[in-house]
Design a protein. Structure first.
Length: 288
C-alpha cells in the first residue's frame, strides 16, 4: 500500500475532478492519482476543501464596471460563494464521514490483523512445542527400539546356545544310553558267569558232601581211627558252605546293582533335554 503521496498531487487531482464538474471524493481523487492510501488522500482532501473555501471567499477583483453593475455582480458572486460553501460543507461532511468510516474499517482491519498475528504466533509456539514433543517422543521410541532389538538379538543368541546345549545333551544322553546298554550287557554276562560259578560250587559241594557221607558210612567202624579225617572233612564242608554263602551274597549284590542301573537309565530317559553335566561312567559305578 502506497503512503506519503505529496499534498500538491492530491490538490491538483481534486482540482481536476472539480473541473470536470464532479464532486471530489476520496475514491475519485485516488482514481485520478492512480495511487495513494484512503487515509492519506482523505486527510489531504480535508485540507483541500478548507483551502477551497478560503480561495472562494478571497478578494474578488473585477474590471472597471458601472458602480450599480459592480455591486450587483458582487452580490451575486457572494451569494454563489455562500451556496458553494454550503455545498462544500455538505460534501466535506460526507467526505469526513467516509474518511471516518474508512479509518474505522482500517482500524478494525489492523486490530483483526494484530489478533490474527497473535493467534498465529501462539499457534507457531504451540506447533514448535508440539514438534519438540514429537521429536523427543521419536527419540525415546528410537532408543526403545534399539533396546528391544538388542534384547531380541540376546534372546536369539540364548536360543541358539540352548539349542546347541540341547543337541549336546541329547548326544550325551545317547552316549550314556549306549554305555548303560553295554553295562547292562556286561552285568548280564557277569550274572550268568556268577550263576554258573555258583552252580559249579554248589555241585562240587554237594558231591563232596555226598562223598563225605559215603566215606562216613564206609568208615563208621573206623570212627575212632579216622576222627581227624572227619574233622577235616567238616572243616572243608564249612569252608565250602561259607564260599557258597559269599557267592550268593555276591549274586544278590550284582542283581541289586543291575536294578539300580536300570532305574538310573529310566530317570535319564525321563529328564527333559536341558543343560546338565554328563556323568562319567566311573561316577555312575561308584554311586551304585
Amino acid at each position: 500500500m502506497a503512503v506519503g503521496v505529496p499534498e500538491n498531487d492530491v490538490f491538483a487531482a481534486a482540482d481536476a475532478v472539480l473541473a470536470r464538474g464532479e464532486r471530489p471524493t476520496v475514491e475519485r481523487v485516488r482514481l485520478e492519482l492512480g495511487r495513494g492510501s484512503p487515509a492519506r488522500v482523505g486527510g489531504l482532501l480535508d485540507q483541500w476543501w478548507a483551502r477551497l473555501a478560503e480561495r472562494l471567499s478571497g478578494e474578488i477583483r473585477l474590471p472597471a464596471l458601472p458602480n450599480e453593475v459592480s455591486q450587483a455582480f458582487v452580490a451575486v458572486w457572494q451569494q454563489a460563494i455562500l451556496l458553494a460553501q454550503g455545498v462544500a460543507e455538505q460534501a466535506l461532511d460526507k467526505q469526513r464521514q467516509v474518511v471516518a468510516a474508512e479509518r474505522e474499517r482500517v482500524a478494525a482491519v489492523e486490530e483483526q490483523a494484530r489478533q490474527d498475528a497473535a493467534q498465529f504466533r501462539q499457534q507457531t509456539v504451540e506447533a514448535v512445542a508440539g514438534r519438540l514433543t514429537v521429536e523427543t517422543r521419536l527419540a525415546d521410541l528410537e532408543l526403545l527400539l534399539a533396546q528391544r532389538q538388542t534384547q531380541i538379538e540376546d534372546l536369539q543368541q540364548q536360543r541358539e546356545d540352548l539349542l546347541r546345549e540341547r543337541g549336546e545333551a541329547q548326544q550325551q544322553s545317547q552316549t550314556l544310553q549306549q554305555e548303560m546298554q553295554a553295562l547292562r550287557l556286561k552285568m548280564e554276562q557277569e550274572r550268568i558267569a556268577q550263576e554258573s560259578y555258583v552252580r559249579g560250587v554248589e555241585n562240587r559241594a554237594y558231591r563232596e558232601v555226598d562223598h563225605a557221607r559215603e566215606e562216613g558210612k564206609a568208615m563208621m567202624i573206623q570212627l575212632k581211627a579216622t576222627g581227624r579225617q572227619v574233622e577235616q572233612l567238616q572243616r572243608r564242608l564249612e569252608s565250602t558252605q561259607n564260599e557258597l554263602s559269599q557267592s550268593r551274597q555276591l549274586t544278590a549284590a550284582q542283581q541289586a546293582r543291575a536294578e539300580a542301573l536300570e532305574q538310573q537309565l529310566t530317570k535319564v530317559r525321563q529328564v527333559p533335554a536341558v543343560k546338565r553335566k554328563p556323568k562319567s561312567r566311573k561316577s555312575v559305578v561308584s554311586t551304585d
